[in-house]
Design a protein around this ligand. Structure first.
Ligand code: NAD
Length: 268
């Protein structure tokens, strides 16, 4: 399928690792120019790797909680790469602590997760929307999770932040619609990334050593029990969904929580 993304400018926030890294490379492979933003200095190296696919890239080290810094990068992207067409916000952090019950955490464990996962998404939308609505063209893709839809107890601040991301995405989809701009959210189930490995660590840390599952044992049991297909999703499969949603083949898809999760959450 020709997605016709060649020459488009895509911004991937959280492009240094995990799914964001694969999404940036996939847009580049489709012929798009890509801006990679991340607080991790590795973002420069990943931008070089993405550039090897042929298109122009730009990288910037930025913390998504710093609105002025993202705004400055947004201006730089428009000047150096051209009119931004797609904005993908993949950033997400965990609290580093497990629930079951939520009072295993302190109230002070909540604000940073909220600031990065929710306010980061809001900051990004504010930084990029104005020229896009002036041109009446573009797409936004936010990252939520199955955890935001099912009251997941694994990491309570994380689950709540992901529900908030879905609500913001729906508001954005309504506000953007008159300007021909779409907004959707990807809700992954389990994907092998640095974040998932951190979740394995903290959610098994309290078990006696001889009962502690390896990473592979942990995810195999969990996805097998919770999702009907019982398979891990790969970063490549997430990236394929993101570029499809950015393309005109998805021109009537907006305001959706798209579960890419092996059939964990089903809605209609
Ligand atoms: N891995 C999974 O199984 C899974 C499941 C459901 C949802 N998700 C969501 O998918 C998205 C991608 O997850 P991932 O597993 O690729 O995560 P990851 O931890 O591998 O990558 C996240 C990226 O965000 C960057 N980042 C973190 N805080 C930042 C900040 N303040 N400013 C700028 N950059 C920052 C990190 O440096 C990293 O490059 C996240 O929103 C996550 O919550 C992941």
């Amino acid at each position: 399928m020709n997605l016709e993304l060649a020459g488009h400018v895509a911004v991937v926030v959280g492009g240094a690792n995990g799914m964001g890294r694969m999404i940036a490379k996939t847009f580049a492979a489709e012929g798009a120019a890509v801006a990679l933003l991340d607080r991790d200095p590795a973002v420069d190296e990943i931008a070089h790797e993405a550039a090897a696919q042929g298109g122009a890239t730009l990288s910037a080290q930025v913390d998504v909680t710093d609105f002025e810094a993202i705004q400055a990068v947004a201006t730089r992207v428009e000047n150096e790469l051209g009119p931004v067409r797609h904005v993908i916000f993949t950033v997400g952090i965990d609290s580093g602590k497990g629930g079951f019950p939520f009072w295993n955490l302190e109230p002070s464990d909540w604000p940073r997760v909220h600031d990065v996962n929710v306010i980061g998404a809001v900051n990004t939308a504010h930084a990029f929307y104005a020229p896009m609505i002036a041109r009446r063209q573009g797409t936004f893709c936010f990252f939520s999770s199955v955890a935001g839809q099912i009251g997941s107890q694994t990491d309570p601040p994380y689950s709540v932040s992901k529900a908030a991301v879905l609500s913001f995405m729906q508001i954005a989809a309504k506000d953007f619609a008159p300007y021909n701009i779409r907004a959707n959210a990807i809700c992954p189930g389990m994907v092998d990334t640095p974040l998932q490995r951190r979740i394995h660590k903290f959610s098994t840390a309290d078990l006696p050593e001889d009962e502690r599952p390896t990473y592979e044992e942990w995810y195999t049991e969990k996805i097998g029990r919770l999702a009907v297909l019982g398979k891990l999703t790969s970063p490549e499969e997430i990236a394929a969904t993101v570029v499809f949603l950015a393309s005109d083949h998805a021109r009537t898809i907006t305001g959706q929580a798209v579960n890419v999760d092996s059939g964990w959450v089903m809605h209609w």
